[in-house]
Design a protein around this ligand. Structure first.
Ligand code: BDP
Length: 704
């Protein structure tokens, strides 16, 4: 005992000693995001909506002046930015050129305002990351439309939002203008995001009313100088809500109603971007209500928007409880329509075939449509990955999808290449992310979740940038460029997605969530119907676990993939471990490539997730001296909850599966801390979409 306290005292002394050299940063509430420097505008204190003198060039100069005056860079002697006298086709609408001469002159040029602005932000990023070298830099974005989707409702709630209420204060608009609106625009522009859908895909028809359009106009005016267009989600039944007898897309009155509505919108917001549509999905109305197709619905809207240059993003997220395999339905419904959509329609496809699970194979629809514009939809908000309680850096997961080869036109037909329009003669290219932004002071609920907003923008600009580079850039700008801090925290963030998969649903398991809130585990829920029930997805029984999607004995979902993927997934011997139970139903004692039984492998996978999550706490504690107290302790608390949740997930999943497998948990795994009955009873307390309050979550001890 005595020796222990002496050692503890020595460790404490050592910590005090080491910390002496590092000055603890002042408290930071996280509100300034990765933009912890002032633009010249911040210093002037000016706020102006509809100020016609504001444009991208002006803002670019304010940013450069603000940054460089406060943070002089010895190599930089002078700077300027502006439009090119003669347009350079290579730079397109949004590209830029930065010339940084040997004698210290910086010159940022572009064809249009937005490019100048992106060039300025890029240049400042290089300065802040100390990557500046004399020479010429030219960049153009990979995707034309780089769009955030807000699932925000007029009443201020946010569907699947875990960062407070909606940023948009509809009840205050158009009269009251909050500074956050412009801060939001600035943050988006700084990473190249150029569009935002303001409202939930489960759309309230009120959003298209004359009253709301006046509110939307204010936001559009604030965003415009930052190169950001606004879009709206629409309710397909809007004509009926407004007194028409039908919303049939082939009905003359309906067609005219939409034409008039679109005309009205453009008279108020001349650069309105277009519509996002969720139709015939989860109870939303759509063309199929009238015996029409998705193409009939989308084209009717596209025709109305065409004269103004607007687009329709039509979602492929459709399913019905009558389909034997939900994962197949998007291809079944959309493939027969290939070639029927107008050229200003783009089909918005979630990254995986089911629904934003911690790991899914890429949606096969990306590789199936050839004559239709397609785009990917990612979820930045962590509906299925611990809400804003868990630290999960999502870029590795998104990149896994974009880099996946569909083999549609042979090798190299990756999801990125297809959606960028490199494989087919697509008319438009786009990418969307469902935001994690709310009105909480730090915007995203978890300080480290800001990295996902940042990463989405950087990826939309350039899908080739690595996860390592993005997290490194973000941490330097948001925390510090201290090497020890960066090494530790980058490692932790880069491991976090794999950790989340491992402690929630490893080896291709999916949708084992409790209730509709999708926070904790509920593998015992539901029946074997093709709806949202965990039992339908994992199919655990005495004979094994997993969803048989093979060609011989299963639903044949594998056939929606091109060769060689189809055979690779179909054959249990070649199917990658991480998707094994997505495609195969296997006995508990199935021998894995590792030599373990499937049962042991599952236990060890969960264990590895628990270990990683526990390790994140140690890593964070090791960098305490580099982080301000405010963010340090908030992040620390959340990491503790994350590690507890990791054990909760394992306890629930494994104890439930054990009722079928009858096998023992390997002795070297963390022992369960709750019984199955306790966990099932706990489930009864989770009933809605919210994150359960921390103090009602099951208690776990983290010591070994
Ligand atoms: C699911 C969400 C639900 C959304 C739906 C969608 O649980 O709240 O409305 O996706 O994307 O992930 O439409």
């Amino acid at each position: 005992m005595k020796t222990r306290s002496i050692t503890a005292a020595m460790v404490l002394l050592a910590i005090v000693f080491v910390s002496c050299g590092v000055k603890k940063p002042a408290d930071n509430d996280g509100h300034s995001l990765w933009l912890g420097y002032s633009s010249e505008r911040d210093n002037s204190g000016a706020v102006g909506v509809g100020d016609l003198s504001r444009n991208g060039v002006k803002i670019a100069l304010e940013e450069l002046n603000g940054y460089l005056k406060d943070n002089p860079v010895s190599e930089i002697k002078s700077w300027r930015c502006g439009l090119l006298n003669e347009k350079d086709p290579k730079l397109g609408d949004e590209g830029f050129r930065i010339v940084f001469s040997e004698d210290g002159d910086v010159n940022i040029r572009a064809n249009y305002d937005a490019g100048v602005l992106y060039g300025a932000y890029h240049f400042i990023r290089l300065c802040r990351n100390k990557e500046l070298k004399p020479g010429v830099i030219e960049e153009v974005p990979a995707f034309q439309y780089r769009i955030l989707n807000h699932w925000d409702n007029p009443n201020g709630t946010v569907e699947r939002g875990y960062a407070g209420k909606s940023l948009w204060k509809w009840n205050e608009l158009p009269g009251t203008i909050r500074p956050e609106y412009e801060e939001y625009a600035r943050a988006n522009a700084s990473v190249g995001i150029n569009g935002t859908v303001l409202n939930n895909v489960n759309a309230d028809p009120r959003m298209l009313s004359a009253e709301y359009l006046q509110k939307v106009k204010i936001l559009a005016d604030i965003f415009r100088p930052y190169g950001i267009k606004v879009y709206l989600s629409l309710n397909f039944a809007a004509p009926k809500h407004n007194g028409l007898k039908t919303s049939d897309p082939l009905d003359k009155d309906v067609i005219n109603w939409w034409k008039d509505k679109v005309e009205e919108i453009y008279s108020i917001i001349p650069d309105f971007g277009g519509f996002l549509v969720k139709a015939n999905s989860e109870g939303q109305s759509g063309p199929q209500d009238y015996g029409r197709t998705h193409a009939d619905g989308a084209n009717m809207l596209a025709d109305a928007l065409k004269p103004y240059g607007g687009i329709v993003m039509w979602r492929a997220f459709v399913y019905a409880s009558t389909s034997p395999d939900r994962a197949k339905q998007a291809v079944e419904e959309f493939l027969p329509l290939d070639g029927q959509f107008r050229d200003n329609v783009i089909i918005q496809i979630k990254n995986g075939p089911v629904d934003f699970q911690p790991r899914e194979p890429f949606s096969p629809l990306f590789g199936q449509l050839e004559k239709t514009n397609v785009m990917a939809e990612f979820q930045i908000t962590q509906e299925y990955m611990g809400h804003s309680n868990h630290m999960v850096y999502l870029h590795p997961m998104w990149k896994e999808c974009l880099d996946s080869d569909t083999y549609q036109k042979g090798e190299g037909s990756t999801v990125a290449a297809i959606t960028e329009g490199k494989i087919h003669a697509n008319n438009i290219s786009a990418i969307a992310g469902v935001t994690n932004i709310g009105d909480s002071v730090n915007w995203c609920g978890h300080h480290l979740a800001q990295a996902n907003w940042y990463a989405f923008g950087r990826m939309a600009w350039n899908p080739e940038i690595s996860s390592e580079q993005i997290v490194d850039e973000w941490l330097r700008q948001t925390f510090t460029d201290n090497k020890a801090f960066l090494n530790a925290v980058e490692g932790m963030m880069l491991a976090s997605h794999e950790a989340s998969v491992s402690y929630e649903m490893p080896l291709g398991l999916h949708h084992c969530f409790a209730g509709a809130g999708h926070y904790g585990p509920g593998p015992w829920e539901g029946a074997s119907r093709p709806d949202w029930s965990p039992r339908y997805y994992h199919k655990a029984s005495a004979d094994g676990v997993g969803f048989d999607r093979t060609s011989e004995t299963g639903t044949d979902a594998v056939s929606q993939y091109h060769e060689p993927l189809k055979s690779l997934y179909d054959d249990v011997k070649t199917c990658p471990d991480e998707l094994l139970l997505w495609f195969h139903h296997l006995p508990w004692d199935y021998r894995m490539k590792s030599g373990n039984t499937l049962w042991d492998e599952l236990c060890y996978k969960f264990e590895s997730g628990i270990k990683l999550a526990r390790g994140f706490i140690d890593t964070w504690e090791s960098v305490e001296k580099y982080v301000d107290n405010h963010r340090y302790s908030q992040i620390h608390d959340k990491l503790v909850r994350q590690a507890k949740d990791a054990i909760w997930w394992r306890d629930a999943m494994i104890l439930y599966f054990q009722t079928f497998s009858g096998m023992e948990i390997p002795a070297d795994c963390t022992p369960p801390q709750h019984t199955l009955d306790e966990l099932r009873n706990f489930r009864l307390r989770i009933s809605n979409y919210e994150t359960p309050a921390l103090d009602v979550l099951p208690e776990y001890t983290l010591s070994d």
